[in-house]
Write a protein that binds this ligand. Sequence first.
Ligand code: E4P
Length: 229
Amino acid sequence: IKVFADGADLDDIRALNGNPLIRGFTTNPTLMRAAGVTEYEAFARRVLEFITDKPISFEVFADELELMYRQAKVIASWGGNVNVKIPVTNTKGQFTGPILERLSREGVQVNVTAVFTHAQVRDVLAALCPDTHAIVSVFAGRIADTGLDPIPYMEEAAAMIAAFPHAELLWASPREVLNIYQADAAGCDIITVTPNLLKKLSLQGKNLDEFSLDTVKMFYKDATTAGYQ
Ligand code: E4P
């Protein structure tokens, strides 16, 4: 599985670019806003000065399909390593299939985002040009937030996408390090992980007795720092 980094903090992206584990990057407007990005294109172009050989996704922010299409063409022109994120629907629930079809046919590498259902996966795959690279981002973590087990869900999505050699399945919105292994076992091609989750990778293989002791020390330190009597 390829691990991508999800976020829009310039320093994080710069640092993670030097991390051999990270094979690509994803952003979205919510992450951009949280990182304090005000000038969308200027930010993207700054990132693309140093992210030159790894794939990076930037999302359209228009809502009307024709405007989304035009914005996607502009975003795609920023670099050959850019995937244009297109939400599977707009805010009115209109399926973006017609523009996915046009963009994909014209060679634009899309990353179809906010995909939650198998019917959406099926319809997206039907819209994509089989010869153009595309990513399908299924929000496994948000699916799990609803109480559903994302693993069989992602396995079925992986089986659907297997017939499309130029399409890759991305496990989006992971919640824990374990999801990286689950995504790999489920047949996903990519998982995109926040810097906070990436920090937890250093815990892999940690002795659990030692971890227990560290946790108790944390409680004790905080209790004494707070001066509880
Ligand atoms: C990635 O491409 C997605 O935008 C991201 O993983 C969504 O994460 P969230 O569901 O935790 O907001």
